[in-house]
Ligand binder design. Structure first.
Ligand code: PMP
Length: 392
């Protein structure tokens, strides 16, 4: 018995909390930057399933690793040793900014940020957390307390005490906010939902030295910017940034769609964590670890960090020439196109042309988060569709 698209919509409306504004498609298959819906229509995915399809949808290497692990052992607790986790962790930490870093696994970006903030409070014995207006860190109460976008925070107060927000990119405000009582400064290096906004490069270095001077820990939320997305493996690796945060939080594409969150912790901070301080039933489970290892191997062997830089440059330069695009923001393949009209209308018109793009908080910013493995032909197809829509 088949279920029609309209029936799927009706059942979802009847059964699910109305938490999402939904796109009128039901993808059933994917490969690379293309997804196929219930009706067999193909879409070019420049939204990447919300930045999760980092190495592309259903990369054969990742699918094979998941299948093999599922047949061998779906799950066992973190209290047992695991070869797949050991080898996957070594592969991830080879990219860590500081030698001797350690990792903790959980299941989402929000949890990764919660974990990092808990580690910072315990490690420093301090309470205050400084984060930035316009940032997004997740929807659990702790992550929300750090999030700097009012509409996610309104209606659920009181949030956690000890959190303050300063304007993003404002060195003086940051210096004034960070004191001897500050556990951590949490930065989303490019504020993605906030409209793909970056700070001037000197700001990140200033944040690092302010944290060093005052004994606060610097945390980068790289849930969106990490793993090559911006054209460097981590944001701090960019030549013009050159920052090594104490902790980096990851999620989204790290296991290509198997739920995962991770916190990379610098050695001197890692030393402060004791048995029993942190825990997660599913975090670091074998299925997620097999998927992570295959995802990272794919990023490395297919040279996807360099590809994100090259394809991002082509996409940004092409988009800047399209009439109706006022400004191109971001780095690599995390781009925001500031348009002369509402981005939601443009996203809908692109969808009608079988191209998927994202929106963001500011209504005029179209957000692009395609797989890092896109090719020139796909970039050019996206640009042609965008031009068609904006000329109409
Ligand atoms: N941090 C950032 C920068 C994010 O973009 C997101 C999710 N959009 C999160 C944290 C929260 O991740 P999750 O939805 O997996 O909890």
């Amino acid at each position: 018995m088949t279920t029609t698209f309209d029936e799927i919509v009706a059942i979802e409306e009847e059964t699910e909390l109305r938490a999402y504004a939904k796109m009128p498609i039901a993808p059933v298959r994917g490969r690379g930057a293309v997804i196929v819906d219930e009706q067999g229509e193909e879409y070019l995915d420049f939204y990447g399933g919300h930045a999760v399809a980092l190495v592309g949808h259903c990369h054969p290497r990742v699918v094979a690793a998941i299948r093999a692990q599922a047949e061998a052992l779906l799950f066992y607790s973190n209290v047992a040793r695991s070869r797949v986790r050991a080898l996957a962790s070594r592969r991830l930490l080879a990219h860590a900014p500081r030698p001797g870093s350690k990792v903790f696994y959980c299941n989402s970006g929000a949890e990764a940020n919660e974990t990092a903030l808990k580690i910072a409070r315990r490690a420093t014995g301090r309470e205050k957390v400084v984060s930035f207006a316009g940032s997004f860190h997740g929807r659990t109460i702790g992550a929300l307390s750090a999030t700097g976008i009012p509409r996610y925070r309104d209606g659920v107060r009181p949030l956690l005490s000890g959190h303050v927000h300063v304007p993003f990119g404002d060195e003086a405000a940051l210096a004034a906010a960070v004191g001897a009582d500050t556990a951590a400064v949490l930065i989303e290096p490019i504020q993605s939902i906030g409209g793909v906004r970056a700070a001037p490069p000197a700001f990140y270095r200033a944040a690092e030295s302010i944290c060093r001077e005052r004994g606060a820990l610097l945390i980068f939320d790289e849930v969106q910017t990490g793993l090559g997305r911006t054209g460097a493996f981590f944001f701090g690796d960019h030549a013009d940034i050159g920052v090594r945060p104490h902790m980096i939080t990851l999620a989204k594409g790290l296991a290509s769609g198997v739920p995962i969150g991770a916190v990379i912790v610098a050695p001197e901070v890692a030393e402060t964590v004791r048995v029993g301080d942190q825990g997660s039933t599913f975090g670091g489970g074998p299925l997620a670890m097999a998927a992570m290892d295959a995802t990272l191997a794919t990023i490395e062997e297919e040279g996807l960090v360099g590809r994100a830089a090259a394809m991002g440059a082509r996409l940004a330069a092409g988009a800047a020439r399209v009439p109706g695009v006022r400004e191109v923001r971001g780095r690599g393949l995390l781009l925001g196109l500031v348009l002369d009209r509402p981005a939601a209308e443009v996203a809908a018109a692109l969808l009608a042309r079988r191209v998927i793009a994202g929106t963001s908080g500011p209504p005029d910013v179209l957000r692009l988060l395609p797989p890092l493995a896109i090719g020139e032909a796909e970039v050019d197809r996206f640009l042609a569709a965008l031009e068609e829509v904006l000329r109409a």
